[in-house]
Structures are given as C-alpha cells and as structure tokens.
Write a protein that binds this ligand. Structure first.
Ligand SMILES: [Mn+2]
Length: 493
C-alpha cells in the first residue's frame, strides 16, 4: 500500500515546489489552462510551422479619445494579456523557445498618463510564456527567422534552436500560420494581417502562408473546465442583471433606465461591461431584432424585450427575456408567448450529445409553424411562410464572442456552450414589406385579420446552455421564464 501512495505524495510535493519557484500560486489555474491551450494549438500546427498572432489595435472614439481597449479574442485565448501592442509567436518545432511573446516597452512618462504597462516578469507570470521580447524587436525577429537566421543566439555558437523550422523552409515545407480577416469585397483594402502575408509571400516565396482560423474555431468550440467555470460565473452576473431590469421596468419609465439598471449589475460585479450592446425594446421596438437606442418611454400594456449579457473574464452568455411592464400578460401576448416558450422547451429536448445546432433550430421551426397556423398568422405550415414572423436562427455558440466561433457541422459534445432563442416578431411592416406577387397577395389577405390582432408584439426567449458530462445545464435558469414565473416575480418585486 505504502509503495503505491508514495509517488502521489512526491508529485504533490513537486507541484508545491514548482508553484513556489515559478510564482504561479493561486492565479496559476488560468496560466495552466493557457499553457494547455497553446500546447493544443501547437499540436495542430506541427513542427514545421510558425504562428503569429497580433493584439487588437486601439480604436479611436473621437479625436484624442479611444474606445475602451478590447483585446483580440484569439490572442487573449492563448496569452490572457489584454494589453495593446502584444504579439505571440508559436514555433512548435523549436528546441526550447516554442512560445515567444513581444510586449510594449515600459515608459514611465507614458504610464503616468495611461497606466501601468506589464514588465517582462509580469508578462511571464500572466501568460506563462517564458520567452518575452519587446515589441520593437519583432521586425528584426521575423526578418531573421523567415530568412533562416537564428534570432538572439550567439553568432559563432552552434545552435539547434530553430533547426527544425529552418530545415522545413529549406525543403520548401515551411508554413506561416495567420488569422486572416475576412475580406469584405475585392475593392476593400486588405487588413494588416493580409498585408503582412502578402509581403512575406513576395519576399519568401518558399514559405506557404496558411489560415489558422479553423484551429481556433475547433478549440474554442469546446470549453475547458476553467472556461466553463468563468462562463457560468459570467452568466450568473447576467442573470442578476436581468432580475434588476425586471425590477426597474414599469409604465412611465424609459427603456434606457432599464438598460442602466442592467448594466450597473455588470459593473458592480466586476465584469468588464457588456458582452454585446444591450437590447432593451418596448412595445413596437420589441419587434426589432437588434434595437440599441433604448429611448422610448414604456406604456401600460407594453411588452419589453431585453437581450443582454455581461462580459466577465472575456466570456459572455446571451440571454433574452420578454415580459409585460405592467406585470401581467394580455391574452393575445400570452398566445404568442406560449408558442415561443414551447418551441424552446421542445428544442431543449433535442439538445443532446451528437445533435447538431441545426437539429435544435429545426425543432423550434416545427413548433412555431404549428402555432402560427393555429393563430391564423400563416396559412400553410409546409413551406417558408413562417419566416415572415420568425426571422432569426435559434442557435449559435457562445464563448469569447457572443456569436462564438465553432463548426455547425460538428455534433454537440460536453464542453460546448450555445443558446436556444426562438422568436416571433409581428412587426408593423411585416406584410407590406413582402415582395409583390399573386401568392403574397393571397397570403396577405388571409392573414391580415390575425396580423391586425397581434401586430407590434415581439417575443424572444433565449437561454444560455452548457453541455456537460452529466447533461445539459441551463446557465440562465435563474431568470423567470414561464408566464407564471414572470408574473409572480413582477408582482413580488
Ligand atoms: Mn443570441
């Protein structure tokens, strides 16, 4: 027995010594995860590639004021550093320097104005990357290694540091991996990454340039245990924010006051802010999918559609609730609400390992079609008439981006986070905006009575889910969702 225990005790002791020596104590869980993420990226890259990832540029708000800085998500995913002018290089074939970070040089005068910049030691501690250079060394580094010249290695001292990559380049197998920005059109200017790729191809035609987007798409689609924990916490903040919004909403109050109540909860709970601009739309505004103005005064009898979530630790959920500002649903509102809710509830049953997001969406469509037919808002459930009123897709991944990267063709597995968000929007111009033709004329004539009854009702119900080894977890379950839950919450507030 004793023989079996001893190795575990040793490992434990070694772990303590390691964390004491390297300074990765309490904060080490994130750094361990970052290291594991980089290792998985390097495995996909292979030893003959070099990956370069740049930080997001600061963006001007106006004149000399910038928007709050927000890091590029792929760079943050691998470094945990949210400082501008940061570049990560991965060279999986290197002997020791497989991970290299470039950071902005410290400058006391500048730091007096705009705050602390990371020292090399702090960058090491924050990212777990052990080789750190200054950003003004990046040009020289890249020029050297692409030309097969060892960088920062004593000149007359034989080094095998970069040998694997250099040999690959000599043999015409060297690859440069970048994340390309999608091209808007042929005439739009190339982004900086594409410009960089073009210059490399001109100067080093032997190095193939490849897009690394798929690697990040695949890895980010399956959340690590650490990410799951942060995402759950992020959604919990959003849940509290939705409750605050429900408490603030009433006739005579402006939409922006509800928005303020929601976003205050983000700030007081240590979130960076919103994961996407809050949508707070009352009355007819509830039928606008991405209504962001929030300027209307709410009227008795209005429904309020709130689609909002916090960004905590660079992870965001996505939650929508639609509720009556006076506290009780009208009968007509209940009819539409009931359809959307049962569409979501039926779809949840489909959300199992092995399913595709399109299967879940398909289930919502089935239920919505039947409901719209029953209410007289469509005349034929076999075709696409429902798309007049159900205009959004029910599912997308969530994570660092609210519409997160991920492959829709990959079956669901534990670690995948996504939303189910069916909606019905009876918007004022829903019929008049249909293309003019005989079919539509007949359709409009038949559904007009129902349209007049339900117009200006917009309802979306959206929850954030995490598929785990023990089943599906509705992370936003803390926000009232059924008609009873909502009405009793509004009564008790
Ligand atoms: Mn959504």
């Amino acid at each position: 027995m004793r023989e079996m225990i001893r190795p575990r005790v040793l490992c434990f002791a070694a772990a303590i010594v390691f964390s004491l020596c390297t300074g990765f104590g309490v904060a080490g869980e994130f750094q361990d995860d970052l290291r594991a993420r980089r290792a998985r990226v390097m495995e996909r890259l292979g030893p003959e590639a070099i990956l370069i990832l740049w930080s997001a540029p600061p963006r001007t708000y106006s004149l000399d004021v910038d928007y709050e800085y927000h890091q590029d998500h792929n760079l943050y995913y691998l470094t945990g550093i949210d400082q501008e002018e940061t570049t990560l290089v991965l060279m999986p074939g290197n002997a020791t320097r497989k991970e290299i970070l470039f950071i902005k040089e410290r400058n006391p005068v500048r730091e007096h104005w705009t705050g602390h910049l990371l020292s090399k030691e702090e960058a090491v501690a924050q990212s777990g990357v052990e080789k750190v250079y200054l950003s003004n060394q990046f040009e020289a580094f890249v020029d050297a290694v692409l030309a097969r010249v060892a960088y920062d290695v004593p000149r007359y001292y034989p080094s095998r540091e970069y040998e694997r990559f250099f040999n690959a380049v000599s043999a015409g197998r060297g690859r440069l991996s970048l994340i390309f920005t999608p091209k808007a059109s042929l005439s739009s200017p190339l982004g900086p990454v594409n410009e960089f790729a073009k210059r490399v191809q001109e100067r080093y035609p032997g190095i193939a340039v490849q897009d690394a987007s798929d690697i990040f798409r695949d890895l980010r689609q399956v959340k690590t245990p650490y990410e799951r924990k942060i995402l759950e916490h992020s959604v919990e903040i959003s849940n509290q924010a939705h409750l605050a919004g429900m408490r603030a909403a009433r006739p005579g109050v402006y939409e922006y006051q509800v928005k303020a109540a929601i976003e205050q909860v983000y700030q007081t709970n240590g979130a960076y802010g919103w994961g996407y601009p809050s949508i707070v739309g009352s009355g007819p505004n509830s039928t606008i999918l991405h209504y962001e103005k929030a300027t209307r005064k709410m009227q008795p009898g209005d429904l309020l559609l709130v689609d909002a979530a916090a960004n905590f630790g660079y992870l965001t959920g996505d939650i929508t609730r639609t509720y009556p500002v006076s506290g009780t649903f009208s009968d007509l509102q209940k009819e539409i609400y009931g359809i959307v809710l049962s569409a979501q509830q039926e779809a949840i049953k489909v959300a199992k390992p092995g399913a595709l997001l399109s299967d879940i969406h398909g289930k919502t469509v089935e239920v919505v079609k039947q409901g719209l037919l029953t209410l007289g808002l469509i005349t034929d459930a076999s075709g696409d008439q429902y798309k007049t009123w159900y205009t959004n897709g029910a599912c997308h991944f969530i994570g660092m981006d609210v519409h997160d990267v991920g492959d829709f063709e990959t079956p669901l597995e534990p670690g995948v986070a996504f939303v189910i968000e069916p909606g019905i929007y009876i918007r004022e111009d829903g019929l008049s905006s249909l293309p003019k033709n005989a079919d539509n004329d007949a359709f409009i004539e038949k559904v007009r009575p129902a349209f007049e009854k339900y117009k200006n009702i917009g309802i979306r119900i959206e929850d954030s889910f995490l598929l785990t080894e023990s089943g599906l977890k509705r992370l936003s379950a803390g926000v009232p969702r059924t008609i009873d839950e909502i009405e009793s919450f509004m009564k008790s507030r």
